[in-house]
Design a protein around this ligand. Structure first.
Ligand code: SF4
Length: 237
């Protein structure tokens, strides 16, 4: 389900309040990367998958925006300045960008468990992570279809030192009342609640970009691409 909101003279914001959620026990066990799956883990996972399918409503929103100005290390998008050398370079020659937020949804709070049960908590975290990934992919597919964009890459505030987490605030400012629309709020330290939420800016690219290529962090479980020292040098980070 999609709602596009455009009160008079207001920007169009595409809101996805209930994205279809599909998940199996195998999906979860695979994502958990547990070496040996015990019968009790399989039972816990099956219970949590069943309960998640009953309550989960992953959500997202996105907006179409235009780059208005550029300096050496910043871009201005619809009156908001974003300071990042990497974002600035990635948006060379790009006019249209798509800020977004996606979330597993607040409905998962109903399933929050006794955190002393470590394996069940990890299992639920994994299900929530899969939910937010599906929400983010839904937005990406919608943008590609709707705006005839061949390939999109994305960057998120806080994913690299070059683009600090504080820039979540101007990003959220671009998207209106994010909490009212999809239930995601920013804390004083610019973290998102629900914690399994992602934000960022999608932009068209010919060559796919991943922030992980510029991130030297070792043993990161979320790494999506190998660190590339040569590319880091090109970006000057
Ligand atoms: S390697 Fe990990 S910390 Fe670094 S950008 Fe990728 S996901 Fe983020």
């Amino acid at each position: 389900m999609t709602m596009s909101k455009s009160p008079a003279n207001q920007p169009i914001i595409h809101v996805f309040p209930h994205i279809d959620f599909e998940i199996t026990v195998d999906d979860v066990l695979k994502a958990m990367k547990v070496r040996k799956v015990s019968p009790s883990l399989e039972r816990i996972t099956a219970e949590l998958v069943e309960r998640s399918l009953e309550v989960a409503k992953p959500k997202a929103l996105c907006r179409v925006c235009y780059v208005e100005d550029r300096t050496d290390n910043a871009v201005v998008i619809e009156d908001r300045t974003f300071t990042s050398r990497v974002l600035r370079q990635n948006l060379d020659g790009v006019q249209r960008v798509f800020p977004f937020v996606a979330t597993c949804g607040t409905e998962f709070e109903k399933l929050m468990l006794d955190r002393s049960d470590i394996m069940a908590s990890y299992c639920l975290d994994t299900i929530m992570m899969i939910a937010v990934q599906q929400a983010r992919r839904h937005v990406e597919a919608y943008l590609k279809d709707t705006y005839a964009v061949g390939q999109l890459s994305r960057m998120a505030p806080g994913s690299l030192q070059d683009w600090p987490l504080e820039e979540q605030q101007p990003l959220f400012d671009l998207l209106g009342d994010v909490e009212q629309q999809i239930g995601v709020r920013l804390t004083e330290r610019f973290l998102m609640i629900p914690i399994k939420s992602v934000s960022g800016i999608f932009f068209p690219t010919e060559v796919r970009f991943e922030s992980c290529q510029l991130c030297p962090r070792l043993n990161c479980p979320g790494r999506r691409a190998p660190h590339d020292a040569g590319l880091s040098a090109q970006y000057g980070v």
